[in-house]
Design a protein around this ligand. Structure first.
Ligand code: ADE
Length: 273
């Protein structure tokens, strides 16, 4: 049995992975499937950090390698998302409670959004990991000038920030028109935000019985101005939030306690952090 759970930390963009790697000073690198996997230790947790790249296929491949080749016990995804629900504003944090592929449509053979032969369209995040990530996100926002610095707050005119928990949509499409985001809102009114990977990782984790959770910074409102300043926002805000939330999460979750809660082995259904 390992002394600590092994956590796969997946980032969607280079800047976010770089911010995590800066916290893993003695990491080792292994290349599998054309990707670099970085193994290190953070607050007593064994981490395997990796850049998924963008989109559902890349995310599913990355999750499968993490499980099959690196034997991770759980996976956390961090990145950005476009806000959909009213009140989900740029600079807010969203912690997923469930995931759905908004671009999956095998109708009329199966109901729209249902993953064929799974009998479900929504995949749940691990509830204990989600609660711990949400607590970490709230703690970070309570002191966000520490995480971001005053310049970033001014530069992006960030108002009071909130943590939201609920449904995250994923699809192989960057949503960048008011019409497209309005269509998603009309179809899936309880969706908080949209991104391009989470539901794919959730499906892989479901297949393996592995706990999964995700935290995303809202970088845009998934409308016509969604692309404006996107990379600068990732660098100055989202990657800083990601690393601060993860640091808080790992610090607050003693590795021994995580092991005692029964997350020692992969494929432990319902195992929670
Ligand atoms: N990630 C961040 N913003 C997004 C958007 N508008 N659409 C899809 N993925 C995103």
């Amino acid at each position: 049995m390992r002394a600590a759970p092994r956590v796969g930390v997946v980032a969607a963009l280079h800047q976010e992975l770089a911010a995590v790697l800066a916290r893993l000073p003695h990491e080792r690198r292994q290349q599998v499937g054309g990707r670099d996997f970085w193994l290190g230790d953070w607050h007593g947790h064994e981490l395997v950090a990796v850049l998924a790249r963008v989109g559902k296929v890349a995310a599913a491949t990355t999750a499968t390698i993490l499980i099959e080749r690196f034997g991770v016990d759980r996976i956390i995804f961090t990145g950005t998302a476009g806000g959909l629900a009213p009140g989900v504003a740029v600079g807010d944090l969203v912690v997923a409670r469930s995931f759905l592929q908004h671009d999956l449509d095998a109708s009329p053979l199966f109901p729209r959004h249902e993953v064929p032969l799974y009998g479900q369209s929504r995949f749940a995040a691990d509830s204990a990991m989600t609660a711990a990530l949400a607590a970490a996100a709230r703690a970070v926002l309570a002191q966000r000038d520490v995480a971001l610095g005053p310049q970033a707050l001014q530069e992006f005119e960030l108002g009071a920030a909130r943590v939201h928990e609920g449904l995250l949509l994923s699809g192989d499409r960057f949503i960048a028109t008011a019409q497209a985001s309005q269509a998603l809102r009309a179809e899936l009114p309880d969706a908080l935000a949209v991104e391009m990977e989470g539901a794919a990782v959730a499906q892989v984790c479901h297949d393996y019985g592995l706990p999964f959770a995700a935290v995303r910074t809202i970088s845009d409102r998934a409308d016509d101005s969604a692309h404006v300043d996107f990379m600068r926002f990732v660098q100055r805000v989202a990657s800083r939030y990601s690393v601060a939330v993860l640091a808080h999460y790992f610090r607050a979750m003693p590795a021994r306690e995580a092991m005692m809660r029964g997350c020692a082995a992969p494929a432990t259904p319902g195992c929670s952090g």
